[in-house]
Design a protein around this ligand. Structure first.
Ligand SMILES: *Cc1c(COP(=O)(O)O)cnc(C)c1O
Length: 374
């Protein structure tokens, strides 16, 4: 058996053709013909107010943070068990980062924990839809209304998943997607700011375009474009939008391949449920087969399992390391214990999952895990 990587993006002729179309159009800068197709796809398919293609999810988060106009002392609540950008995007704008713990039964952030952390200085809460499982957005949006804060969902992993029957990315005042090579749909590097609350639409467009009303100018709404706000450059090249548009045309094919593998893992590993924690399906959310993971009892068991799988050519990998204990955020953290975040830091192991993974490869992973626990 050859080495089985954790993830492998699948690009084919559709992506090649769309990339060439973008190149030959001569419009390589941002917001060209391919970007327009990508925007329209998201706005129509997921019924969202505004989609803005960006250079990464990190940049989409930074753009959302700019829109908040944060003042010194403003607090932003983020899970500790997440990718660094969820916190850094807001720290860059001077926010005080307040870390929330995960749920005992799922790596997603705990609503009980968030409730306890809300203060009059809370300006935003940034839930992360881990492995494409939506957080309790209905509860969180109710709380946001009562306590007057903004919800920006880090939906980097959540394309195509749903919450209460609606696309997960349509929840929150804003949400952000990633098209990094490791995600369900990718163009190498790329992201998107989804604006669900109309109040932010126009300004998001302006801040993304270096603080100018250039987009309105190109639509013929103003007769010259000018510097109307602060801002930066968050547009990605139309070449990347071409690759992404190719991927989006293959979305049903890519997703069904992923779901088939996820289901096989779930069915064949179910007998191990008393030996190792398996992903819990949550009510009110349909996941998107982004990632299949196990949660081992402790770090030592995970290290042994990881090595056992490596010896069998399987590229399983752990995931995040609690941000509240990181060299940067550790000294700034208020000292609260976040035991669930630490438990996933030590115990969680992701299994290989990508659209072109063969049945033989999936079975080899399953058999190897069973061998370890027998
Ligand atoms: C991948 C990921 C990011 C970063 O995405 P980029 O497009 O690489 O910036 C942020 N948050 C989460 C939860 C992610 O999974």
């Amino acid at each position: 058996m050859e080495w089985i990587p954790l993830v492998k993006a699948s690009y084919g002729l559709t992506e090649e053709n769309e990339l060439l179309k973008s190149l030959r159009s001569g419009h390589l800068q941002g917001d060209g013909p391919s970007t327009k197709k990508v925007h329209r796809f998201f706005e129509d398919h997921y019924k969202i107010e505004r989609a803005l293609f960006t250079t990464s999810c990190t940049d989409a988060l930074e753009l959302s943070a700019l829109l908040l106009d944060l003042k010194p002392g403003d607090e932003v609540i983020v899970p500790s068990y997440t990718f660094v950008s969820t916190a850094n995007a807001f720290a860059l704008r001077g926010a005080k980062i307040v870390f929330a713990d995960s749920r005992p039964d799922h790596p997603n952030v705990s609503m009980d924990c968030i409730r306890k952390l809300i203060t009059p200085r809370t300006r935003a809460v940034v839930p992360v839809h881990y492995a494409g499982f939506a957080c309790e957005m209905d509860e969180l949006m109710k709380l946001a209304e009562q306590k007057n804060f903004i919800v920006i969902a880090d939906a980097a992993q959540a394309i195509e998943s749903t919450h209460q029957g609606r696309p997960t990315i349509a929840w929150g005042h804003m949400s952000t997607l990633s098209f990094h090579q490791t995600k369900n749909v990718s163009c190498g590097e790329g992201g998107m700011l989804i604006v669900n609350d109309k109040r932010f639409s126009l300004r998001a467009e302006i801040l993304r375009e270096k603080g100018t009303n250039r987009a309105a100018f190109f639509r013929g709404e103003v007769d010259k474009y000018n510097c109307v706000d602060m801002g930066s450059s968050y547009l990605a090249s139309d070449l990347l939008a071409g690759v992404l548009w190719g991927q989006l045309q293959r979305l049903p094919e890519l997703q069904s391949a992923r779901h088939k593998i996820w289901k096989t893992y779930a069915e064949k590993l179910a007998p191990l449920a008393d030996k190792v924690e398996l992903p819990k399906l949550l009510p009110n959310t349909e996941h998107n087969a982004h990632c299949y993971y196990l949660v081992c009892k402790n770090l030592s068991e995970r290290t042994r399992l990881n090595q056992f799988l490596k010896d069998r050519q399987i590229g399983a990998t752990f995931h995040y390391i609690s941000l509240h204990k990181s060299p940067y955020y550790g000294p700034k953290h208020d000292g609260r214990e976040l035991p669930q975040s630490d438990r996933y830091t030590d115990g969680l192991l992701r299994l290989p999952l990508f659209p072109t993974m063969t049945d033989a490869e999936v079975n080899h992973v399953v058999d190897s895990i069973k061998a370890f626990f027998s």
